[in-house]
Structures are given as structure tokens and as C-alpha cells.
Design a protein around this ligand. Structure first.
Ligand code: AMP
Length: 279
């Protein structure tokens, strides 16, 4: 596995590979890797010749400084995990490599930046768009792989690709979960034992909501999810919305949309977790 820290080295290496006709798959991450990330690496390896992953904790997408400071960093372990998966290249840039000058670009993300995560994390998706467009320019992949755990993020990336005319296929991959249902996340490492025991209520309530939705209205289903999770003393729902999976507009009745997804954000002490489920 090749490890590069500068754009120039990576660029030269990839340009040579491309000249020999190799296709490039890309999996951007912020490190603290888990099975969710590895599932994306595996998918990239199955679908392209060369898999590039990046590890960069992007400051511009953190709207909360404490969250950035406390974000888990496990670089040595990450590198070992990527080696075990036979990832071909890992790009670990410094902040100066990604942002040689302060990035003040503002992207028009329309409604995608106004609802759910966009509403509660102002500036977050603009930061995501900044780093992903920068990484796309450097890596120049043919295909890029993103987890549906960050459902809204995938929608933002697809819009970005259209807006900036990137010739990159965006592939969304299913959510990987722990045995008790909890969506895998780097932030799960920050939970203490008692919090960790309680957070399985989030996914388990979403699973139950899918059953309930067959006999209940959208509003009743939403109320059930919010009430059930908030009844737990360790959990505090920030939002739960049932939206059309393409427009991300909230729906009021089940027949308003053919592909519906319920998205949730929950505070667990200082940690904020997200999850989603298809209805
Ligand atoms: P992050 O390191 O959190 O920026 O995540 C890097 C990529 O891994 C993103 O495309 C995430 O959506 C994806 N990812 C994170 N957690 C999971 C999960 N539990 N299942 C599938 N993909 C995930």
C-alpha cells in the first residue's frame, strides 16, 4: 500500500496509472476507521482497478469546535486496517495541502443545505463540498464511494458532481451496523459504557417504526420515534424527519413519495449521532 502526504506525489502516481488505463475508485474518510469504511473499500476494490482512500479530518465541515477537537484519531490503526483490506493507496494530507489558502468558496446546495443536518449544522455541507471537490480535483477518480449512513451527504455530493460537471460516478453503500443495530460511526468510540448500552434504542426504534408505518400515518410514526427515544434519559432527539429520498422534502402522507427515508439526529451527552431508515 502506498502512502502519500502531498498532492504532487499522489497526482503523479495516479496520472501514471491512468495512462495505463486503470480505473480509480475513491473512498474519502476522516479516519477512526470501522467496518462501515471498510465496506466502502471492498466495494471500490470490486468495481475499480485501483482503490484510493483518504484520511483527513476536515476542519471546515465542523460547525462545533469541541466536536472537531474530540474527533477520534487512530492513524496507525487505520493504516493497518487499510493494509489488511489491500487498499492500494492512502492519501493523508496536511491541512495546508488541502487548503493552501483559506477556502471561502460557497456552494449553492439549494434545499439540501437547509433541512435536517443542514438546518442544525450550519455550514457543515458547504465544508463537505469544499473538501470533497478539492479531493476530487486531486485524486481524479472514476468512481467515488459514500455511505448511506450519511444519507443527506450523498445527496449533496451528487448535486456537487452535477454542478461542477465532474465525470465521476457516485456510488452509495448501505449502512453497516453493530450486532445490536447501532449504525457504525467513528463517534461511537466517544460513548461511555452506559451510553453505549442505551444508544441501540435509536436503530431499534427506527426498525419498529417501519412496521408501525404500515398501519399508522406519517405524523403518528414520527411521534412514536421521537417519544420513544426521548423517553430514554440518555438520549435527546434533535430531529426526526420522514422525507422524499431525492428532494429531501418532508412528506405528510405515505403516498406523496415512492422512496421515503426517515432521518434522525440524537444527542447522547456530548456526542451527536445520526442514523436513517428506508420506509
Ligand atoms: P467519515 O469518516 O465519517 O467521514 O465517513 C467516511 C465514509 O464512510 C462516508 O462516506 C460515510 O458515509 C461512510 N460511513 C460511515 N459510517 C458508515 C456506516 N456505518 N456504514 C456505511 N458507511 C459508513
Amino acid at each position: 500500500m502506498h502512502i502519500f502526504n502531498t498532492n504532487k506525489e499522489l497526482n503523479t502516481y495516479i496520472a501514471n496509472l491512468k495512462q495505463t488505463g486503470k480505473t480509480i475508485g475513491f473512498v474519502p474518510t476522516m479516519g477512526a476507521l470501522h467496518e462501515g469504511h471498510l465496506s466502502l473499500i471492498r466495494q471500490s476494490k470490486q468495481n475499480t482497478d485501483i482503490t484510493v482512500s483518504s484520511i483527513f479530518v476536515n476542519p471546515t465541515q465542523f460547525n462545533n469546535k469541541n466536536d472537531l477537537d474530540k474527533y477520534p484519531r487512530t492513524l496507525e490503526r487505520d493504516i493497518d486496517m487499510l493494509k489488511s483490506e489491500h487498499c492500494d493507496i492512502v492519501f493523508i494530507p496536511t491541512e495546508d495541502e488541502i487548503y493552501p489558502t483559506k477556502d471561502t468558496r460557497v456552494f449553492d446546495l439549494g434545499n439540501l443545505d437547509k433541512v435536517m443536518e443542514g438546518r442544525f449544522r450550519p455550514g457543515h455541507f458547504n465544508g463537505v463540498a469544499q473538501v470533497v471537490s478539492r479531493l476530487f480535483d486531486i485524486v481524479q477518480p472514476d468512481k467515488a464511494f459514500f455511505g448511506e449512513k450519511d444519507f443527506q451527504q450523498v445527496a449533496v455530493i451528487r448535486r456537487l458532481v452535477k454542478m461542477l460537471n465532474y465525470n465521476i460516478e457516485i456510488i452509495g453503500a448501505p449502512i453497516m451496523r453493530e450486532p445490536d443495530g447501532l449504525a457504525m460511526s467513528s463517534r461511537n468510540m466517544r460513548l461511555n459504557d452506559i451510553q453505549r448500552k442505551n444508544v441501540s434504542l435509536i436503530s431499534n426504534t427506527l426498525f419498529k417504526a417501519v412496521d408501525l408505518s404500515k398501519t399508522s400515518t406519517v405524523q403518528e410514526t414520527k411521534d412514536f420515534v421521537i417519544r420513544t427515544i426521548n423517553e430514554n434519559e440518555f438520549l435527546d432527539v434533535e430531529y426526526f424527519e420522514i422525507v422524499d429520498s431525492l428532494s429531501l422534502e418532508p412528506i405528510n402522507s405515505w403516498n406523496e413519495s415512492t422512496t421515503k427515508v426517515g432521518c434522525i439526529a440524537v444527542h447522547v451527552g456530548e456526542v451527536r449521532l445520526i442514523d436513517n431508515i428506508t420506509f
